[in-house]
Write a protein that binds this ligand. Structure first.
Ligand code: 2HA
Ligand code: ZN
Length: 265
């Protein structure tokens, strides 16, 4: 299999092994640079075309690898062609063509969120962002039942729950209150936050994480989930001390990152 498809598959399997992809939960997309497109040229053929419910700006003519709707990350190992595929968004940005894979399937129900997030994150990162990853990790989802859906509250809890967090996501993490998944409305709500934050939590559902590489997106998801796990464990026993705002400022200085000043006290 092509190297880029192998690397895409590896993240699917790694997420499944973490327990983040029950049944058909979660989905993944990757914006292909020109070198990946030319490497995959010999396996791509125009198969089927579909329309979006409304045009999506900023990704016209782009190629993506995406997981399929109803498909299980668990099966990426044994059935890559049935689990994910390559699509090209048409030049008008109002539909796409499947070029490889997605056998008997279509792209994920969260395709609008993925593609709109790619458009926004591309701008926000000067073109570096390539990966959008949605997963259902248990601890960060559980945490959303215990707080108001507020980015400052969530970001401070995570920063204080694991020393690396403030360095990994100094901007903080966004949160969307509960909404019906799978459509344009939740896509727009997520996009409104992902220009400022590298990841957005969906209350009572899961997380959308972004990255310039599979490592970065997976690592961000992993860091968020681990911090949430530590917080829930510490809360269950009783938190009597924590990482202070002075400590957070010291971390920022030591690692040369600017923590979101709105989230410091
Ligand atoms: O089932 O995760 O949000 C795929 C999903 C929908
Ligand atoms: Zn989901």
């Amino acid at each position: 299999m092509k190297d880029i498809l192998e690397r895409f598959r590896r993240l699917c399997v790694d997420g499944y092994v973490q327990g983040w992809h029950e049944r058909n939960g979660g989905n993944l997309s990757y914006r292909m640079p020109a070198e990946d497109v030319s490497d995959c040229n010999d396996i791509m053929t125009d198969c089927r075309s579909f329309s979006f419910s409304e045009p999506i700006r900023g990704i016209e003519g782009e190629y993506f690898i995406v997981t399929g709707t109803g498909r299980y990350m668990r099966n990426a190992e044994i059935d890559p062609e049935g689990t994910f595929g390559i699509i090209r968004v048409n030049d008008a940005g109002d539909g796409y063509t499947v070029l490889w894979g997605l056998r008997d399937s279509r792209p994920t129900s969260e395709l609008p969120t993925h593609l709109m997030n790619h458009a926004v994150r591309f701008q926000a990162t000067g073109g570096r962002c390539r990966v959008i990853y949605h997963a259902h990790p248990a601890n960060i989802t559980a945490l959303t039942y215990t707080i108001r859906p507020d980015a400052k509250t969530l970001s401070r809890i995570l920063w204080q729950s694991e020393t690396e967090c403030a360095v990994v996501f100094p901007e903080g993490i966004g949160i969307v209150p509960w909404m019906v998944p799978g459509g344009m409305e939740i896509a727009k709500a997520t996009c409104a936050l992902i220009d400022r934050f590298p990841a957005v939590v969906w209350a009572f559902h899961g997380v959308f994480a972004s990255g310039s590489s599979f490592d970065e997106a997976f690592g961000l998801m992993h860091t968020i989930e681990k911090a949430a796990e530590i917080y829930l464990k510490a809360s269950a026993v009783g938190i009597i001390n924590t990482i202070t705002d002075d400590n957070l400022s010291e971390l920022g200085k030591a690692f040369g990152v600017t923590l979101n000043p709105d989230f410091l006290e």
